[in-house]
Design a protein around this ligand. Structure first.
Ligand SMILES: Nc1ncnc2c1ncn2[C@@H]1O[C@H](COP(=O)(O)OP(=O)(O)OP(=O)(O)O)[C@@H](O)[C@H]1O
Ligand SMILES: [Mg+2]
Length: 155
């Protein structure tokens, strides 16, 4: 895991890529990522069903010191995990465009000093202004996932 962190830091301005081999590794990567992100920040997650987006966010929450249960908020659209730091978890799977995200108060969320993690960002691309951290997942096999991170300001 230290290796992941080192890799991310060394390549701070370019795309970073890792391959994980188990859900636990993706969670661990999320925990490491938490150390590099300072709120306010928007993380756009892209990738098919079962790609590992929620697994990464679960690790992110742990890394942010949040002890809540993280699951895909498929039916609620947004879950808030609140503690000393705030993580807001969106699932845009059922949304048909950025307008629907604005309808649920996206701009208010942006004003909070929180980390906003957005699953299925593909569906609301017009809501983003280019300052986001983009995290893309590719399923390489049943258990392998390529995860690339680009953009934003990782510290
Ligand atoms: N390397 C890996 N990283 C993450 N998940 C993995 C990995 N290998 C296998 N898996 C499995 O893939 C699934 C990932 O589920 P997860 O809910 O995180 O996906 P998701 O991208 O959030 O999907 P959805 O779009 O349905 O919300 C889990 O069943 C997990 O056990
Ligand atoms: Mg999910």
């Amino acid at each position: 895991m230290v290796h992941y962190l080192k890799t991310l830091k060394q390549k701070a301005d370019s795309m970073k890529e890792i391959i994980t081999h188990h859900e636990k590794e993706t969670e661990a990567f999320g925990r490491e990522l938490a150390k590099l992100i300072s709120p306010p920040a928007v993380l756009c997650l892209y990738g098919e069903l079962g790609a590992g987006k929620t697994a990464l966010i679960r690790g992110l929450a742990e890394g942010m010191g949040l002890t809540c249960t993280v699951s895909s908020p498929t039916f609620t659209i947004v879950n808030e995990y609140l503690g000393e730091r705030e993580l807001i978890h969106f699932d845009m799977y059922r949304l048909n465009g950025a307008d629907e995200l604005f309808d649920i108060g996206w701009e208010d969320y942006l004003r909070r000093n929180a980390v906003l993690a957005v699953e299925w960002s593909e569906n609301v691309e017009d809501a983003f202004d280019g300052s986001e951290i983009r995290i893309r997942f590719e399923k390489l096999s049943d258990t392998e996932r390529r995860i690339t991170v680009e953009g934003g300001e990782l510290c």
